[in-house]
Design a protein around this ligand. Structure first.
Ligand code: CU
Length: 286
């Protein structure tokens, strides 16, 4: 092998190494910005704290490696022999304290805001079951169960012979979506019927435990119409991986139409529904 071919090989390898991360979609590694003000607040907090930790990491490791190389024994550096430095102790106590407080103040503000469910315009009761979700529009006489869609359910079975990749939104689809209006402050009351589940919708910026005998509250105000997908985030038994959450946010007028349709006994079902919803009687029997 000539020196030139070897050089060409090295150049090609270096180019491939540089090109691989450049073509990767790094946004997939980060958390989503979501579609609500609170989800963007949370994303902002995440980025601020991430930046602070990166700066600290570079500073600490930079100082450490600089000291290791610059003051190594082989260079003939004599170690200093001092025992105690009050100045240093104060510096390395006060600086982290200031950083922690600077991070805690905005984080606490967002937490307080997330917990404030006052002034909500409508309430949805969310109940976790093994292994599906129940939704009830409080005071609207509309309730239904939301289960894994039949296509995913068929494909996930042992020896089904169906390629999961051939199923639309495999394991991320339900028979009946939770339909919500946009630009409306919606309160959620979340509980569990059997074991602890957790209702997680990344685009809303939060998840909340669904605990039997206890009602957790949360709220959201979705800004953009669309279909958002989440899942149960608390290991709740055999089929934990098969109870997705799908929210469809509709413009207000369309939502009112959907709700009226449901109240009139229609299914009011949305695009990917493929099953007859359970009647209220069946739901109550559970
Ligand atoms: Cu679960």
């Amino acid at each position: 092998m000539t020196a030139m071919t070897r050089l060409a090989q090295w150049v090609a390898m270096a180019a491939a190494l540089i090109a691989a991360p450049a073509s990767a979609d790094f946004s997939l590694l980060n958390m989503t910005q979501g579609v609500t003000e609170s989800s963007r607040d949370i994303y902002g907090l995440h980025m601020t704290i991430f930046t602070i930790t990166v700066v600290i990491g570079v500073g600490v490791f930079g100082a450490m490696f600089y000291s290791i190389f610059r003051h190594r024994k082989s260079r003939g550096v004599e170690p200093s022999k001092f025992h105690h430095s009050t100045t240093m102790e104060i510096v390395w106590t006060v600086i982290p304290l200031v950083i922690l407080v600077a991070m805690a103040v905005p984080a606490t503000q967002v937490l307080i805001d997330l917990d404030d469910t006052t002034n909500s315009e409508m309430t949805v009761e969310v109940t976790g079951y093994q292994w599906f979700w129940g939704y009830k529009y409080k005071g609207e006489d509309v309730q239904f169960l939301s289960r894994l869609d039949t296509d995913s359910d068929r494909a996930r079975r042992l020896d089904s012979g169906i390629q999961p990749a051939s199923v639309d939104n495999y394991l991320q689809n339900v028979d009946q979506r939770l339909v919500l209006p946009v630009d409306t402050r919606v309160r959620f009351q979340i509980t569990g019927a059997d074991v602890i589940h957790s209702w997680w919708m990344p685009d809303l910026g939060w998840k909340k435990d669904a605990i039997p005998g206890y009602v957790n509250e949360m709220w959201t105000e979705i800004e953009e119409p669309g279909v958002y997908r989440g899942r149960c985030a608390e290991l709740c038994g055999r089929d934990h991986g098969f109870m997705p959450v799908v929210v469809e946010a509709l413009p207000k007028a369309e939502f009112d139409e959907w709700l009226a349709n449901r109240q009139a006994g229609g299914t009011g079902m949305t695009a990917d529904s493929d099953e007859t919803p359970e009647t209220d009687g069946e739901l109550a029997a559970r």
